[in-house]
Write a protein that binds this ligand. Structure first.
Ligand code: SAM
Ligand code: SF4
Ligand code: SF4
Length: 335
């Protein structure tokens, strides 16, 4: 098994398939930065599906069992279901998930299911249309995303996880409604503490609503009790409704960091490896890949990157006197 300098094994690979997105969430790709003239990566710079699949195969040989397709918005990449099918064909992969804003799911859910995708996570920050539009840069109403979730359900994905980023003064007053709506439908909402990823979203600690506050708000209306993790290193802390009607998760990356159990490597759309969501630089794999490197050579490079890994940004964040400059942006490497 491949382990890093803090003895963490490599188990998960998050694959960003595009740096583009049809939304402009203020906490991720603010519209004033990612405007009409923003230069996204040209197509030739993106890894092809064949290149991604070849790398994924090498990762699986090194111990990866879970893959997640993300972005940017993965469904804006043409024929994404073909990638899902190629990844599903890799022997040893236990789980292939996809994180999406849901807008294009009505067109894509069925094809993704048929391709062999195991699970979908849909991001939806509020059921209040005005609040949601403010958060996604005016690109979508709530209805479109709910239609996407319905389409995923009809295609046979169940349960579906719903990601909601919580920001103080923005959507915290709507989280109980969100919890209640999906409780009735048997889906699992995972409330995410607003993180200081990248350096363009103007993050401030006082905009973070802590996991404890989130749980207290929901518990006051629908009593909750903590549940043990499904597996060691699960990112979300789980709580179930005392009345037996399902569960929620809270991802407390700011107030209760979980770096000790972080087994994730990230592959960017242009083929760089990142060992942490808060990394400043990646390691390019595309160049050797396109220069004809053998699988053994690629494996050696990946071993080197993971072997040198000592990232634990969330655990040391509070000790940093200055915010880390020039961190990679989240849309670049996925969630
Ligand atoms: N576009 C897809 C989506 O929104 O689901 C996939 C990529 S998006 C970067 C992955 C996840 O990261 C989403 O659930 C999003 O809400 C979350 N995210 C983005 N910026 C964040 C931030 N600053 N703090 C916490 N979560 C964030
Ligand atoms: Fe796009 Fe997802 Fe980032 Fe929102 S969170 S801007 S949907 S990549
Ligand atoms: Fe993993 Fe980095 Fe997040 Fe810690 S801060 S959990 S090492 S991605």
């Amino acid at each position: 098994m491949l382990i890093d300098r803090l003895r963490r094994p490599l188990r998960d690979l998050r694959i960003s398939v595009t740096d583009r997105c049809n939304f402009r969430c203020t906490y991720c790709m603010p519209a004033d930065v990612y405007g009409a003239h923003y230069q996204f990566l040209p197509k030739r710079e993106l890894l092809t599906f064949e290149e991604i699949t070849r790398l994924a195969r090498v990762f699986v040989r090194l111990g990866v069992v879970k893959l997640r397709i993300t972005g940017g918005e993965p469904l804006v990449r043409a024929e994404i279901e073909k990638l899902a099918a190629q990844l599903a064909g890799i022997e040893g992969v236990e789980d292939i998930a996809l994180t999406t804003n849901g807008y294009l799911l009505p067109q894509k859910a069925q094809a993704l299911k048929e391709a062999g995708l195991s699970r979908v996570t849909v991001s939806l920050d509020s059921l209040d249309d005005a609040v949601f539009r403010r958060m996604n840069g005016g690109r979508s109403g709530v209805r479109e995303v709910l239609d996407g979730i319905d389409a995923a359900e009809r295609a046979g994905f169940s349960p579906i996880k719903i990601n909601a980023v919580v920001q103080r003064g923005v959507n915290e007053h709507t989280i109980v409604d969100l919890a209640r709506y999906f409780k009735a439908r048997g889906h699992i909402v995972r409330f995410i503490e607003y993180m200081d990823v990248g350096s363009l979203n103007g993050w401030k600690l006082d905009a973070v609503v802590s996991a404890d506050e989130i749980v207290a708000m929901i518990d006051a209306e629908m009593p909750l009790e903590p549940v043990a993790p499904n597996y060691p290193g699960e990112v979300a802390n789980r709580y179930r409704y005392a009345d037996g009607g399902g569960e929620i998760g809270v991802i407390a990356s700011v107030t209760r960091p979980f770096c000790g159990a972080c087994t994730r490597m990230r592959l960017s759309a242009e083929g760089s490896l990142y060992t942490c969501l808060f990394a400043v630089a990646g390691v390019d794999l595309k160049k050797p890949l396109r220069a004809g490197a053998s699988d053994a050579e690629l494996e050696r490079r990946i071993r080197g990157v993971w072997g040198r890994r000592a990232d634990r940004y969330s655990e040391v964040r509070s000790a940093l006197t200055e915010p880390r400059p020039h961190k990679v942006e989240m849309y670049h490497i996925g969630g």
